[in-house]
Design a protein around this ligand. Sequence first.
Ligand SMILES: Cc1cc2nc3c(=O)[nH]c(=O)nc-3n(C[C@H](O)[C@H](O)[C@H](O)COP(=O)(O)OP(=O)(O)OC[C@H]3O[C@@H](n4cnc5c(N)ncnc54)[C@H](O)[C@@H]3O)c2cc1C
Length: 462
Amino acid sequence: TMGAVEALDKHASPALKAKYLKKLVSGQWMGTMNLTEPQAGSDLNALRARAEPAGDGTYRIFGQKIFITYGEHDFTDNIVHLVLARLPDAPAGTRGLSLFLVPKFLVGEDGALGARNDVFCSGLEHKLGIHASPTCTMIYGDGFEGMAPGAIGWLIGEENKGLTCMFTMMNNARLAVGMQGVAVAETATQKALAYANDRRQGKAASYDGNGMAPIVHHPDVQRNLLTMKALTQIARAISYSCAHAIDYARVSVGDEAIHWQERANLLTPLAKAFSTDVGVEVASLGLQVHGGMGYIEETGAAALYRDARIAPIYEGTNGIQAIDLVARKLPFGGGDHVHGYIAELKAVADEVRTLNPRGFGRTADALDRALDDLGQATRFLQGLLADGRSDEALAGATSYLRLISLAAGGAYLARGALADQSRVALCRFFAENLLGEAGALKERVIGGAESLAAAGKTLISA
Ligand SMILES: Cc1cc2nc3c(=O)[nH]c(=O)nc-3n(C[C@H](O)[C@H](O)[C@H](O)COP(=O)(O)OP(=O)(O)OC[C@H]3O[C@@H](n4cnc5c(N)ncnc54)[C@H](O)[C@@H]3O)c2cc1C
């Protein structure tokens, strides 16, 4: 609904805005986003839903959409579907997509609900998790009860510019899905920490009470919990930085607006993919901290794990996010924008080194190494892209996305720790225990493509 509001606000006609925005914003009605079709998931070029002009300013929409979140329900009186479809004679590929508003119930000039529109849910999916979210197959324009077939729709924005409008919605949704990752990770961390302070097993050097020690005293349990805390905080910091850049892009003008928009675009795939990977990783660690009880439904740890698993898939899979980061975002500003970002992160490492505050241990060294690794990997990928060797660059895209996220996360944790002594211990734990992964990721980005391509050939039978 938030995404639909933003897309309408930015691209719809004043008449459509007047009719729909207030009720979407108030939550009286809900919105949906209809891209996916059986043959068109990651690749929207293959999209087939069609729209025909009706001659009265409206359109008739025909086709099938799958996996539509909240496509049908009775929580609200009306559902406002935003649907990508192709007009007759539209150019092939994504340049021929237009965006339409298709309400479940038609809305009169006075705002009152009228006739049922020709859009129906033909099935609900049975899923691994998120059981409270109806995932629907939607049929547009099959005709019902003697009505002329065709769901009545209104164009949003210009013809064949639908993907631009949908991207307003998708960018909003990508950050929001990233926050789902953060939220599930935070919940899993709180739950596991509470359990670890309650459950007693074995002896521990740090426990001098009676009987068995609460498991939180065991170093391996502490390692799990600290990993959960650090990853969650990093994912949150990246997502907030992205939100901050979006806000600054909106209120700035000229070069400054361009700078912040590029920053928002650079950070969006990180906010989406890294945070949702963290959601799964942290939910899994949380389950582990619970031991056998984690596998039993009554603790709720297993439900978090199942719920977390969708987020790396929807809103563009994390593999697609990594491709977007490398192929489209690294070239920003002639390739300079990302290096400006790395320089900002490096300034934090320099501050830690210069101030040399108490309790930071080897944080400055670890940060410097990770940021050097990031700089090298970035230049390497930019070189491949400049040489037209994009397949090789994309082979390292997922590793690169994690590398930049971990390096940025280390700097964000350090910035927080410089401002607040109570955060220093976690920052140092991350720098000295987890940030070393950056080096391995750099090796994968720089040296992994050839063996991946060679071994990849052994998989192909189609
Ligand atoms: C619960 C749920 C809710 C959803 N809600 C909505 C919704 O509200 N609206 C909507 O429109 N859609 C929705 N979706 C659809 C979702 O966005 C798609 O499932 C997702 O984009 C992936 O498309 P696909 O399932 O066709 O996978 P595919 O595109 O078939 O991808 C399969 C695998 O191949 C990889 N892959 C594909 N192409 C490439 C490539 N070029 N390079 C590298 N790797 C590639 C992918 O990363 C993935 O790992 C939902 C899905 C689910 C499961």
